[in-house]
Write a protein that binds this ligand. Sequence first.
Ligand SMILES: *[C@@H]1O[C@H](CO)[C@@H](O)[C@H](O)[C@H]1NC(C)=O
Ligand SMILES: *[C@@H]1O[C@H](CO)[C@@H](O)[C@H](O)[C@H]1NC(C)=O
Ligand SMILES: *[C@@H]1O[C@H](CO)[C@@H](O)[C@H](O)[C@H]1NC(C)=O
Ligand SMILES: *[C@@H]1O[C@H](CO)[C@@H](O)[C@H](O)[C@H]1NC(C)=O
Ligand SMILES: *[C@@H]1O[C@H](CO)[C@@H](O)[C@H](O)[C@H]1NC(C)=O
Length: 178
Amino acid sequence: MGSQIGNLFPAMVLMALISFLVFHQSFLVAGEETGKALIAKTCNQTEYPEECISALGSDGGSLSANLTGLGRIAVEQSASKLNHTLSYVDSLVKNETDYLTWGFLAFCRDLYNTSVNQIQEGLQAFDQLKYDKTYQSVDAVNKAVIDCNKQGLGLLTQVNTALFRLTKDAMMIVDLLY
Ligand SMILES: *[C@@H]1O[C@H](CO)[C@@H](O)[C@H](O)[C@H]1NC(C)=O
Ligand SMILES: *[C@@H]1O[C@H](CO)[C@@H](O)[C@H](O)[C@H]1NC(C)=O
Ligand SMILES: *[C@@H]1O[C@H](CO)[C@@H](O)[C@H](O)[C@H]1NC(C)=O
Ligand SMILES: *[C@@H]1O[C@H](CO)[C@@H](O)[C@H](O)[C@H]1NC(C)=O
Ligand SMILES: *[C@@H]1O[C@H](CO)[C@@H](O)[C@H](O)[C@H]1NC(C)=O
């Protein structure tokens, strides 16, 4: 009898440990889903899932982020892409010799320059949980891309497409937060 209990005891401890781990795991999934599965599930609700997964996957912080964290990373990435696009367009403006093309490029540069402050304010709004303001700031960048594209500058097609998709997806993720 005594030895039987002695044999059962470790097994009971093990079972208790397993059920604790299983419970803890499902609790984690329900309350604080993170990792690749959350990135896939979140990006699946955006317009450009592949670009979304590749963008979020390139940020080390996204694997441990919850949905709110992914939203902030997406907006940061939009801001960073906007900065790079602005400096690229600015370098084109400085090199352009054709007057008409120069004018179109300068128009886009000024649009993007204005958007930099807007999305910066959008990031501050994010930290104050004013997600609707963040959404509007990213929307402003997205609209700037559309306005720039209307100039029909072939040399901006690639960078504009990337910025358009990144901002569109960021808007859709921020939209999930409120
Ligand atoms: C993505 O969404 C589709 C339908 O909207 C669904 O069938 C699929 O399971 C989803 N995939 C993920 C990874 O959530
Ligand atoms: C998401 O994670 C942040 C910290 O990374 C935490 O402050 C916040 O409460 C979490 N949000 C939810 C809804 O769990
Ligand atoms: C973008 O540029 C602005 C102004 O130069 C700067 O304040 C901001 O930190 C930059 N943002 C990112 C994400 O690089
Ligand atoms: C602009 O011209 C400079 C100097 O000629 C060159 O180094 C730079 O790569 C050019 N920028 C672009 C975007 O073509
Ligand atoms: C953006 O605008 C600010 C203020 O109007 C100006 O100082 C800055 O040089 C501009 N940057 C570019 C790249 O045009």
